[in-house]
Design a protein around this ligand. Structure first.
Ligand SMILES: [Zn+2]
Length: 197
């Protein structure tokens, strides 16, 4: 239906989070029914974002400026770095307005089963950042999964010798997955009740 162009589009939409084959078909149909009002602006916005947005060379956040707007903001507390698994976590914490320091995106968690070691993560860059002396606290905000916990442990062992305070989000707070799915209040509580490692 609709030809190979439409099938390709539906296939691409269906791979996005929140979409399945049905909703992908519905979304594509909506676009096709108003090509000038809906489809062309979307195509241009996608092309612009693909061209402009890059990972921040300092923290790994995605932004159209590098360093990102957070790293470049002189009002942020540069003595505190919050370590997260993904960019989605940075955006969740920013939405909740609970952290006024900087971030560091690891890009995953250690996972021996999947063959993900420290080299596969953005971990060395974190240790280098902390080694510059400006940083006083590193808040580890990783999920309370097995991999998240072993990553927290690895980071703590490597950060402590650098002379910084290492804290983690409070236990007992239901962090079973990405911070992205937590509501703002829960996120704020988890951060406020952080504990030293
Ligand atoms: Zn940044």
């Amino acid at each position: 239906m609709g030809g190979p162009e439409v099938e390709r589009l539906i296939g691409l939409f269906a791979r996005l989070p929140g979409f399945g084959p049905r909703s992908a078909r519905r979304a594509v149909l909506r676009l096709l029914q108003a090509p000038e009002q809906r489809m062309r602006p979307l195509a241009e916005a996608l092309a612009d974002a693909a061209r402009a947005v890059r990972p921040c060379r300092i923290c790994g956040n995605l932004d159209s400026q590098d360093p990102c707007a957070i790293c470049a903001d002189p009002a942020r507390d540069r003595s505190s770095i919050c370590v997260v698994e993904s960019v989605a976590d940075v955006w969740a914490l920013e939405r909740a307005h609970v952290h006024d320091g900087l971030y560091h995106v690891l890009g995953g968690t250690l996972s021996p089963i999947s063959g993900i070691g420290p080299e596969e993560l953005n971990a060395d860059a974190l240790l280098r950042r902390v080694g510059t002396g400006e940083v006083k606290e590193v808040i580890i905000a990783l999920a309370a999964t097995v991999d998240g916990q072993s990553t927290t442990h690895w980071l703590t062992e490597h950060l402590r010798p650098l002379g910084v305070a290492v804290t983690r989000l409070a236990h007992g707070v239901p962090i079973g997955g990405a911070l992205d799915v937590m509501d703002d209040g829960t996120l704020a509580a988890a951060l406020k009740a952080r504990r030293p490692m």
